[in-house]
Design a protein around this ligand. Structure first.
Ligand SMILES: [Zn+2]
Length: 230
């Protein structure tokens, strides 16, 4: 079932919380029957979620009150509002939460987003509404063990990010190490990585994996600011 990946007391006395769903919590993909999805969401985290129509891009939505901008075409969302859950859906891509001194972000970081700067854009948007330093929480995603990757795309990522993103699958094919790429970018943003969940969505049955099964089902990372202490 869903796990809390992080809970941080903020200087304002509020509490930032980050939760990750699992397959057992139900499909959090958008596009299915809305009432069922709304039930699943509210079971996990009550309140009207700001979810995104994700396109592996770099756009960021700012939420000023609960539910603002739900359905926007974007891959990251930031807020300083209390009780305003912000969410992204994933099945292999890396879910990342950024926690600032009094605001939060969630980011959908697949390889294209990583290449094109979605973490940088989210960090910039969060900087505009709250002070740093930022801490990052990296949720479950596909590991290098399972993420076979074409040589020319891998060369591009290694050149752009770091040679350390080159990995090997369990059957010794070239693969992309997304977590290493994410951690590299976060370092360039002076963001401490507080949590890295090492679970591979393809290896671990508790998660949906697009690479493994071609599924359209998704787990969600949800973050929100609780008005009081945690
Ligand atoms: Zn794996």
């Amino acid at each position: 079932m869903a796990r809390e990946l992080a809970r941080r007391s903020l200087p304002s006395g509020r509490t930032a919380r980050v939760v990750m769903s699992e397959a057992a919590d139900g499909d959090m993909a958008v596009g299915g029957p809305d009432d069922l999805l709304a039930d699943r969401r509210s079971t996990l985290v009550p309140g009207s979620w700001t979810w995104l129509d994700q396109v592996h891009g770099t756009s960021v939505v700012e939420v000023r009150e609960c539910g603002d901008g739900a359905g926007s075409t974007a891959d990251a969302v930031v807020t300083v509002a209390g009780n305003a859950p912000i969410a992204i859906q994933v099945a292999d891509c890396v879910p990342v939460a950024l926690l600032g001194s009094d605001g939060i972000a969630v980011v959908h970081a697949g390889w294209r987003g990583l290449r094109d700067g979605v973490l940088e854009q989210a960090s910039r948007a969060l900087s505009a509404i709250t002070d740093g330093p930022f801490e990052a929480v990296v949720g479950p995603h596909i590991g290098a063990c399972c993420y076979a990757f074409g040589e020319s795309d891998l060369d591009e990522m290694a050149e752009l990010l770091s040679p350390m993103v080159r990995g090997l699958t369990r059957d010794s094919r070239s693969s992309l190490d997304l977590a290493t790429g994410v951690e590299h970018v976060l370092r360039t943003l002076d963001t401490a990585v507080a949590v890295v969940d090492g679970i591979c969505t393809s290896c671990d049955e508790r998660y949906w994996s697009y690479r493994d099964t071609g599924t359209t089902q998704r787990q969600a990372m949800v973050a929100w600011i609780q008005p009081g202490p945690g």
